[in-house]
Write a protein that binds this ligand. Sequence first.
Ligand code: TYD
Length: 135
Amino acid sequence: MSLAECRLIDLPRITDPRGNLTFIEGRRHVSFDINRVYYLYDVPGGAERGGHAHKVSEEFLIAMSGSFDVILNDGMQKKRFHMNRSYFGLYVPAKIWRELENFSSGSVCMVLASDFYSEADYYRNYEEFLRVLNI
Ligand code: TYD
C-alpha cells in the first residue's frame, strides 16, 4: 500500500442548534465492514501510541475529542495528519506504519477496524516491515 491510498474522509454533518451529529456507515463512508471499534483516551502528555503496521486490517481514525497527530509511513515516504475534527476520518490501509503523538489533554482517538483484534496481524518491528515491503 502507498501513502496515496491514505486519505482524509469528510463525514456527513447534521448541524443543529441543539448540537451537531455525525454518522459513519460501513462500506459507505468507510470502504470496509466494521468489525471492531476501539478508542484511546486518558493519554498522558507526551505519550506516543502506534508504532506498528497491520498485515491485513484496515482502519479509520477519528479525533472524537481534542487533537493529535498521525504520522503515516509506507516505507518510502511519511505524511503527518493533524486530527482535530470529529467529522474527518483518516483511512489507513493495511501495510502502513503509523505513529500517533501530540495528544491534547482530554483527547479521544476512536478507531474503526475491518477485523477483530489479532496480535498475528501486527508488524511491530520496523525492519521486518521494510523487509516485507522489499525495501
Ligand atoms: P496497540 O494496538 O499496540 O495500541 P496502539 O496502537 O494504540 O498504541 O495495542 C495495545 C495493547 O492493547 C496490546 O497489548 C494489544 C491490546 N489490544 C487489544 O487487546 N485489542 C484491541 O482491539 C487493540 C487495538 C489492542
